[in-house]
Ligand binder design. Structure first.
Ligand code: GUN
Length: 294
């Protein structure tokens, strides 16, 4: 039997709509418009597309969107000065510096300069540490999206066997922490793991976040598993175009798994929607208001 598709497009649209309702309520009841500032340094074409998308969706949710474009050769001190300005700006509740940064800039120092209360990417050591300690924290958006997609299939993840393939700061590591918070049993696999197919076959929940096109094959999967594909590799397609491919061999997975996220139209859709959720949460926390209902 073919697996069912987990439709990230529909789930993300629903989440954005719920954020918009909360934003309207915050404006009406508290005169508060949540604001998100995005900093883009250099002109990486993929990053430009993401940033344009964030801008559009932030405005569509009724939030204020601030964009700051800096040249690739900007001085580190100028980046830090901009972040200090955004930290101090009361109209800004969330700050996201688009990664990767151009060569010559110190990514760790830039992230560390962001006020943790406005760190809607959840990358500041303060938030990463709180998440690892099981404390409430702003958490990275892609892992949050992965959890929401999984919960569209399983109301509870308690006691389930999960495998996270990939240990990046942006996805793998925080995803492990979020899964632990859900009481899943988590295996963390990576490029040095032995017998990856075997490890994978034990899992009820498979998260592939390595960035290697179609690495996870159908025969790596336990029948009925839920498969969340975080990978996006751009490959040449017909007529000089490109297309996106995930870390999972999609057609094979559909023959074995219970539910699979497509690429595109899966996890990617959720990241910006979760960024809006984090911005809303940050705005409430900064204002001393109760956490929003999304
Ligand atoms: N580049 C790709 N994904 C992300 C993300 O979630 N946050 C930031 N800051 N940069 C990214």
């Amino acid at each position: 039997m073919a697996a069912s598709l987990i439709d990230g497009k529909v789930i993300a649209a629903d989440l954005r709509a719920r954020v918009a309702v909360e934003v309207a309520r915050m404006k009406r009841d508290h005169g508060l418009t949540p604001g998100l500032a995005v900093v883009l340094i250099g002109n990486d074409p993929a990053s430009e597309v993401y940033v344009r998308n964030k801008h559009k969706q932030t405005q569509a949710a009724g939030m204020a969107s601030f964009e700051h474009m800096l040249p690739a050769d900007v001085a580190q001190a100028d980046v830090l000065a901009l972040i200090a300005e955004l930290n101090a700006n009361p109209a800004v509740h969330g700050i996201l510096v688009q990664l990767p940064l151009p060569k010559g800039l110190d990514t760790e120092a830039v992230i560390a300069a962001i006020d943790p209360a406005k760190d809607v990417d959840g990358l500041h050591p303060h938030n990463a540490g709180r998440l690892a300690g099981g404390l409430p924290a702003l958490s990275p958006c892609t892992p949050l999206g992965c959890i929401i997609l999984t919960k569209s299939v399983h109301a509870s993840l308690e006691g389930m066997d999960a495998i996270v393939i990939g240990r990046s700061n942006l996805v793998g590591r925080p995803l492990v922490q979020l899964l632990l918070n859900e009481n899943a049993t988590v295996t963390i696999a990576h490029s040095r793991s032995r017998d990856l197919p075997d490890l994978c076959r034990r899992a009820d929940l498979v998260y592939a976040a390595v960035g290697r096109a179609e690495m996870v094959r159908g025969d790596w999967l336990k029948p009925g598993a839920t498969v969340i594909d975080v990978g996006i590799t751009r490959v040449p397609a017909a007529e000089g175009k490109t297309r996106l491919i995930g870390d999972v061999a999609f057609n094979e997975a559909m023959q074995v798994a219970g539910a699979v996220t497509p690429v595109p139209g899966g996890v990617g859709q959720m990241t910006v929607a979760c960024l809006l959720v984090n911005t809303l949460r940050a705005a409430c926390a900064i204002r001393g208001l109760p956490a929003p209902g999304v």
